[in-house]
Design a protein around this ligand. Structure first.
Ligand code: FMN
Length: 269
């Protein structure tokens, strides 16, 4: 479908968007995006000046990592550097490979997604797409995953809750845990093939995250992406908690359950 004249004008107006104030977004504004965001797969192919600068997005957007001592680089690649036919820009995430580096990438990348979408850009995690040979590593770090980015072709918006195709909270909660607004932020997080591989246990002052045991060959094949998914879900809990004025720290010691691998506890206060 060709892009409409009205949309072209909107996109032209976007070109004056000031991305330098992204780190100044309030916690509430960022959390609101949890309920509006969506994966965008059709882009206008208009240049985004802010992405043309050679910047590390995690640094320039002031993103908080899950684990501080894992080296990470978040670079913007051009279409030809990824053989990407969807969008003119692609974000490439590079990381040191250490315990929880995949969760860390999900955690960082999802905060980047929410931040960019709050400014009118579209994004989509792209697990199947790898950078071309010369871009498979940066600063000695291997590429982990990519995410398309650009101005959406149509001004898509998503309505909460009906626009979200997700499991019910009862399907992700274990041991009599009851839903609340932090769990809701986790429930509607994006995941590879929308599998939502998380199980959550709510205790008095913490939330335990478990990665569901892979149930079939496909889930085994995409197990790395499922670890990224858990990091994404943790980012949603973290962003919502901040908006609610709650401090969160993450603790990685805990026991597996019969149908899930323990990943971490998000401890309140
Ligand atoms: C780790 C990860 C990898 C993904 N890989 C792809 C992909 O390769 N191609 C694609 O079109 N969408 C991909 N997606 C997007 C998901 O399909 C999408 O998030 C999910 O269906 C939920 O839809 P929503 O993001 O619009 O809420 C990926 C998402 C995640 C989190």
């Amino acid at each position: 479908m060709p892009i409409s004249k009205k949309r072209l004008e909107e996109i032209k107006a976007f070109k004056n968007t000031d991305f330098s104030d992204c780190p100044e977004l309030t916690d509430e504004q960022l959390a609101q995006m949890i309920f509006k965001r969506q994966s965008v797969r059709a882009y206008s192919r208009t240049s985004v000046d802010f992405l043309d600068n050679d910047i590390d997005l995690a640094v320039s957007l002031g993103i908080q990592p899950l684990i501080k001592d894992i080296r990470v680089k978040v670079k913007v690649l051009r279409k030809a550097e990824v053989s990407n036919n969807r969008s003119d820009y692609c974000i490439a995430f590079y990381s040191e490979e250490k315990p929880y580096h995949l969760e860390n990438i999900g955690f960082i990348g999802q905060q980047i997604e929410l931040t960019l979408q709050s400014k009118g850009l579209g994004t989509c995690w792209w697990g199947m797409k790898k950078p071309k040979k010369n871009f498979k590593s940066a600063d000695g770090l291997n590429s982990i995953i990519t995410m398309t980015v650009g101005y959406p072709k149509t001004p898509e918006t998503r309505k909460y809750p009906d626009g979200f195709k997700r499991k019910n909270s009862a399907d992700i909660l274990i041991k009599d845990s009851k839903p609340d607004n932090l769990i809701e932020a986790v429930r509607i997080a994006p995941s590879a093939i929308n599998l939502q591989p998380w199980l959550i246990e709510k205790n008095d002052n913490s939330y335990n995250f478990y990665l569901k045991t892979p149930g079939n060959l496909l889930e085994k094949m995409i197990n790395d992406m499922r670890h990224i998914d858990i990091g994404i879900a943790m980012a949603h809990l973290f962003v919502q908690a901040k908006a609610d004025g709650i401090n969160i720290s993450f603790n990685f010691e805990g026991a597996d359950i019969t149908n899930g691998k323990f990943i971490c506890s998000a401890v309140l206060g």
